[in-house]
Design a binder for this molecule. Sequence first.
Ligand code: PMP
Length: 410
Amino acid sequence: MTSSACEIWGDLSGVRSLFPVLNRTVHKTPLVYLDNAATTPRPQPVIDAVLRYEETFPANVHRGVHTLSGEATDAYENARRRIAAFFGAETLVFTRGATEAINLVANTWASDHLQAGDEILISALEHHANIVPWQMLCERQGCVLRVVDVDDNGELCMQAVEAAMTDRTRLIAITGVSNAIGTLTPINDICAAAKSRGIPSLVDGAQMVPHMPVDVTAIGCDFFVFSGHKMYAPAGIGGLLARTAILEDMSPWQGGGDMIRTVTMERSTWNDVPWKFEAGTPNIGGAIGLGAAVDWLKTLGMEPIATREAALLSDMIGRLQSIDRVHLVGQPSQRAGSVSFVIDGMHPADVGAMLDRHGIAIRAGHHCAQPILERLGYTATIRIAPAFYNTDAEMDVTEQAIRRIIDVFG
Ligand code: PMP
């Protein structure tokens, strides 16, 4: 274990004891969970906050006059304030996650502002969630999707981004961290370059938020999207962070309850931001759970988390590089969250299934980012995504399991 982890979290057993799922065995072996880029386990403070809502005030928000509804509304709106503050944001719109937040921007701001021939700039690293909504918009409105390529290491170079901006670029939508190969992109520089040209920017922060301190004001983006389940909160909750003025200027997207001020059979008027974008009963327990996750991450500290995870990742990369027939996919100079690799002569899905027999949970496949794998010459990889609570012993177990699988089946 790194000294920083020792100093801050003792021997890690304290922090690990907060994750009930880590007590599980899989195939009669203690679970080694290394699929944190897909979703993170939920710690007890998050589970307790959700349970408290479900058990003591499981009411709808904003509408009720009774005590329970008031408590639910307070908890929901309080969570919104704490989460927005955690990210240095003016306003948080709750969504189901990063995917829904990107679709919200595509269907409101971008639909309103982009015309035929206008360009949306994304990178070759993007998750499908930051590709498909823009393709659909281009189909509808005749816009053009331009893609900044990466180099052969999977690195996104600032010069390439700048070269791809044209006088028709109307939006830059880029991931902060690649979920497939771990590349950390120069997101602050990209947003600054966009701003200096008057181009709005959207950051897909789904893989940033669990791994590093994030201040959206410092990043300088116009839109920032994220998912709760990748930062220790329940699935089905996440958000869009933006300045209030931009959100006020946007048309609503989904219609229904809560997003309206008045409704007649002839026409409706809209609620204030952010509720204008939250049609229907929201994921109240999820929002409260996300608030608890943010509180908990604050007590742990995002800086120590980042330090510990950088050490874990570089340790795992060293181990993988020492194994014959293992090839890393993507060797960016700066990374966070995960490392992808293949093994000569073995299909990633088979390796994933065999690791599961050892109780080790990893992801194998295209990671919902087919274009970047294709760009680097693959259709699937094995992805190991450790998080700060993973131990050095687990890294050892994983390395030994990979070696054994290669020896026996390779
Ligand atoms: N962007 C990135 C970079 C992701 O890793 C993910 C989830 N794998 C998403 C977007 C979509 O997140 P969600 O499915 O939670 O909406």
